[in-house]
Design a binder for this molecule. Structure first.
Ligand code: 4AD
Ligand code: MG
Length: 461
């Protein structure tokens, strides 16, 4: 059987012999003695036009088909250069694999994304989601391709962990304890030594700490997998389950880290634009006008750099009232990020050297004693898509910070040992995979770039 994608690549190649195509009915139009079916098999965005007539032994059956039915069609490809579609298939046989009913929710009309979220099991059959999820697949491939071509080793870091990498306390507990009958210590606290792993465990918020250990052996590594955050924020950019790409490089500082981030992002944008031109055209026309022009500019120009301290000065002088107050030491909110990247710089911008108190324990303390060698990459339309840093490679500094924050030394002994045995300056970052996908497709809501999104109060499907 031939994929519809193949037919569109070079239709004239397929005119010489009978073709077999399989797919689902997108539309069906009828006259008395003949009809047209728009068939889609998901191999590309385009539908294939099937013409059938009453020469078919099952003409009546085919005429009565509902949208959504699945078919195997045999027939001859005819070039139709004068028509809207460049070719069609004149059916010699149509086998109905599975019928559909008139209640099939995806009738030919535009549905709202809100509605389509309620039928997440069917929405990949629409044009928008067909394009989104093909690009999602391609973007994942492009990321692997970039790192593999540059000598990085892919490390599978654990999903179940006992350490809170980001220290934000936003972890989902993993337990086999019976919630109705929890084992208790003498003081009444839950006794997690009775739990499956003999201690408290959680779903990971980041693979970073584990991947750092492999970085100290392979020099250049990355992990790319699902991460989980029990953040109680119901926004268009936060999911409880999302994928993160986390490279880590040894003998490298923050500047090297930013160069890597910029090179990676440009590479994957270019890869998707070259390998999914139809999908990108679709997003440009129907989701976000100007997308292609903007991405083209991004991949051909230098990203901006600004320190946190200078960014605060810019925000303090901004000709805009913010909901959240701006002062040195505040965490940048979405509105601040958007001002910087959309109104002020009008391109992707690295914000560097944040106050240590609003960043994670592992970031390298700068000489000023107040800031850390951190970087966030902000992009127009989405805000933060990358968070990274140079890591604290000095044993005494790291130990002091862990104690300062009241973290348990015994949970991080192995992480500290890296600073004891051949420590080296190193850096890395985390790219939010869905945020990158939103940026590249122009999709506005993270729920619409994840097949089955998990957010506060939502774990359907
Ligand atoms: O800035 P974050 O928290 O950084 C880390 O986790 C580091 N350990 C990464 C590293 O240095 N290896 O998260 C990294 C990125 C963010 O910039 C954002 O794009 C994405 O992950 N992200 C989320 N994406 C969707 N939903 C959420 N709830 C997210 N939280 C973070
Ligand atoms: Mg961050």
């Amino acid at each position: 059987r031939t994929e519809i994608r193949k037919l569109y690549e070079d239709p004239s190649r397929y005119t010489v012999s009978e073709q077999t195509v399989c797919g689902w009915v997108r539309t069906i139009r009828l006259s008395k003695t003949f009809g047209f079916i728009e068939l889609n098999d998901g191999s590309c965005l385009q539908n294939l036009q099937i013409v059938f007539d009453d020469q078919l032994p099952n003409f009546m059956e085919v005429s009565k088909l509902n949208v959504g039915s699945s078919l195997v069609v045999k027939g001859n490809l005819v070039l139709t250069p004068q028509a809207k579609q460049p070719f069609e298939i004149k059916a010699t046989s149509v086998t109905v694999e599975g019928t559909s009913t008139p209640e099939y929710p995806l009738q030919k009309k535009r549905h709202s994304f809100e509605f389509l979220r309620t039928i997440a099991h069917l929405r990949p059959r629409t044009n928008t989601f067909s394009a989104v999820f093909r690009v999602r697949s391609l973007l994942a491939y492009a990321i692997h391709k970039f790192f593999q071509e540059n000598g990085f080793v892919y490390v599978h870091t654990p999903i179940i962990t006992s350490s809170d990498c980001e220290g934000a306390g936003e972890m989902f507990r993993v337990t086999t304890l019976d919630l109705d009958n929890l084992p208790r210590n003498n003081d009444g606290a839950v006794d997690f030594s009775e739990d499956f792993f003999g201690k408290s465990t959680y779903l990971t918020v980041s693979g970073q700490l584990s991947v750092e250990t492999y970085c100290m052996a392979f020099s250049k590594v990355y992990t790319f997998g699902p991460t989980f955050r029990a953040e109680n924020s119901n926004t268009v950019r936060h999911a409880a389950e999302f994928w993160m790409v986390e490279p880590e490089i040894a003998f490298a500082d923050l500047k090297d880290d930013m160069e890597l981030a910029e090179a990676m992002l440009k590479y994957v944008i270019n890869y998707v634009m070259e390998n999914a031109p139809k999908e990108m055209e679709f997003f440009n026309n129907f989701i976000d006008n100007g997308l292609i022009e903007r991405l083209t500019l991004v991949k051909d120009s230098q990203f901006e750099h600004v320190t946190y301290t200078d960014a605060i000065k810019i925000l303090e002088k901004a000709d805009q009232d913010f909901q959240y107050p701006v002062y040195w030491g505040c965490d940048l909110q979405t509105e601040h990020e958007r001002y910087l990247t959309e109104k002020y710089f009008k391109k992707p911008v690295f914000v560097t050297d944040y106050p240590k108190d609003i960043k994670a324990f592992y970031m390298r303390l700068n000489d000023d004693g107040k800031t850390v060698a951190a970087m966030d990459l902000l992009v127009p339309g989405v805000g933060e898509i990358i968070g990274g840093s140079q890591r604290e490679e000095r044993y005494d500094y790291l130990e002091r910070r862990i104690k300062e924050l009241g973290m348990k030394m015994e949970d991080y002994w192995w992480y500290l040992e890296l600073r004891k045995y051949g420590t080296v300056k190193h850096a890395g970052f985390g790219l939010g995979f869905e945020r990158a996908l939103m940026y590249i497709t122009g999709m506005q809501n993270i729920r619409d770039v994840i097949p089955f999104p998990r957010t506060v109060n939502h774990a359907e499907f």
